[in-house]
Design a protein around this ligand. Structure first.
Ligand code: ZN
Length: 346
């Protein structure tokens, strides 16, 4: 089968299209014929190399997959055969105390499909059947592939972790990203007032189209100062962060007393300074979040596939254009998800 792989950690030059054997499902697994796979920043981090993460090479990335179940293991229900599915990329052991308590993303064995395991930038993928999620027949594979990682990440960060409430003010950074485009919609559905922080007038317009109440272009203003002014010097209750050191100081300064900053990524680096005086005097909460537990996944997928939330797809390329797709994501020019079409509709 055809797959987009990298042979060593590094830049775009490490990527190539390879011919790999079709994987075989174990007793509790399913083989999915991939129709579409969406990119995430995680794919770029994994390719460049994540300290402490040792991967067998060549590696197939790709955490977001939509396709059709082609084969199932002996312990998996036959009803899955031929079903159109997405895959929940959050993998957990299913046996530990966290998993038994329904907190899979805190599992010691927690892994992300395509980061720690072989991913979906390929014609076929094998996954645990517990991670299959059936999708409606009229939902396109390209749209569906854009959903799993971004929507569960946004949902847990805003709802599970920040406990965002109606009427609260929330600032969402990097508004062109997949998680942010999900987060803007989730925050509006919750009844919050949304400030989208982004980098170009075009992205500001797109963020407003998604429901953002106000936008700020961080390229030509100090967004913390701007938020402070626009909120009558009160600040926002919640900031959703994934930028890291480039924005961290401003994100902390944007918070109201008792405010919550949730971070789920660190695109511009791993180390940032926090003003400790602000942290204790304003009684701020700094919260880390990753992916979601399985109940949160089901909750947000229900909202997506009933049409209350919708994925934003910037563009669809072919698997053969996987290198160009990663270059585009790296450039940061996209608004929403970049999706690879892997096979035609059946
Ligand atoms: Zn576990």
């Amino acid at each position: 089968m055809k797959a987009l792989v990298f042979d060593q950690h590094g830049g775009l030059e490490t990527l190539r299209i390879a011919d790999l054997p079709v994987p075989q499902p174990g007793s509790f697994d399913a083989l999915v014929r991939v129709h579409a796979a969406a990119l995430n920043h995680l794919d770029l981090h994994t390719r460049r190399g994540i300290p402490g993460l040792k991967l067998p090479l060549p590696h197939v990335g790709g955490s977001d997959v939509a396709g059709v179940v082609g084969q199932v293991g002996s312990e998996v229900g036959q009803e899955w055969l031929g079903r159109r599915v997405i895959i929940n990329p959050a993998l957990a052991c299913g046996r530990c105390s966290f998993c038994r308590a329904g907190e899979q993303s805190l599992c010691d064995q927690f892994k992300i499909l395509g980061e720690h395991t072989t991913g979906g930038f390929a014609e076929y993928i094998v996954v645990p059947a517990t991670n299959l999620y059936a999708i409606p027949n009229d939902y396109s594979f390209e749209q569906a592939a854009a959903v799993p990682l971004a929507f569960q990440t946004a949902w847990r960060a805003l709802i599970g972790q920040a406990k965002l409430k109606p009427g609260e003010r929330v600032a969402i950074l990097g508004a062109g990203g997949g998680v942010a485009t999900a987060a803007i919609q989730i925050a509006k559905l919750t009844g919050a007032y949304v400030y989208a922080i982004t980098s170009t007038p075009e992205k500001e317009q797109r963020a407003r189209d998604l429901g953002a109440d106000e936008t700020i272009n961080y390229r030509n203003s100090d967004f913390a100062k701007e938020l402070w002014q626009r909120t009558g010097k009160r600040g926002v209750h919640v900031v959703l962060e994934n930028v890291g050191p480039a924005t961290w100081g401003q994100s902390v300064r944007s918070l109201a007393r008792g405010g919550r900053l949730v971070t789920f990524g660190a695109t511009t680096g791993r180390a940032a300074e926090t003003d400790l005086n602000l942290l204790f005097f304003k009684q701020l909460h700094l919260i880390g979040s990753t992916m979601a537990n399985y109940a949160e996944f089901d909750a947000v997928m229900g909202l997506v596939f009933s049409g209350k939330l919708r994925p934003v797809v910037d563009r669809v390329l072919r698997l053969d254009d996987g290198i160009e797709a990663q270059r585009l994501l790296e450039s940061g020019e996209q608004f929403g998800k970049i999706v690879l079409e892997v096979a035609g509709e059946e």
